[in-house]
Design a protein around this ligand. Sequence first.
Ligand code: CA
Length: 224
Amino acid sequence: MRLLLVEDDAVIAHELVLRWERHQWTVEAVGTLQAADAALAHRAVDLVVLDLGLPDGDGLRWLAQLRRTDRKTPVLVLTARDRVVDRVEGLRTGADDYLVKPFAVEELDARVEVLTRRAQRTREDCVQYGRLSWFGNEGRVDIAGQPLVLLPREFEVLGLLVRRAPRLVPKRALIDALAERNLELSDSAAEVYVSRLRRKLTGSGLAIRTLRGFGYVLEAEALP
Ligand code: CA
């Protein structure tokens, strides 16, 4: 887990870095917004912990700017600004959580864990295979960056196949998984959806192979 700590109070920063490194988290601590920009340009992080009063500007304004290009990276604001209006503004600006100083480090740790767990789940909800990207949260599929138009059941079937790819998805597992999502599918309907999907994937570099009596495999074809 990789954290970016934006905090100009050297004592707090030092303590948090020591503590989080003991948790085996990778922490990069910076004391200015400019250094925060540089750190994020360099590599993605799982969470930003952001102080607001920083020597080269206001953390909230920086957060608003960040949210124009990055809506996903979780940000936890850590600040002495404790008025309700400050917290509301922080959350509205795009903070995922807000903790007021002075704080209990155990509480901060717990909140960091919640946010990164959530981010982890979001990541799991985006699966890539070959030229295909499947975005569970958004109900969207791209092939080489181009959207693929699918009906809801086709989307779910493809999601199951891509998560397992290039391994076999037994037909029974496919039907059961759809039933869990309240998308009832009969045995023969499963075949219909798979064959429709297969048609839609034509020319995409991906193919669904049927293993008679077993199930389906999504395979990436060698591209010419
Ligand atoms: Ca500060």
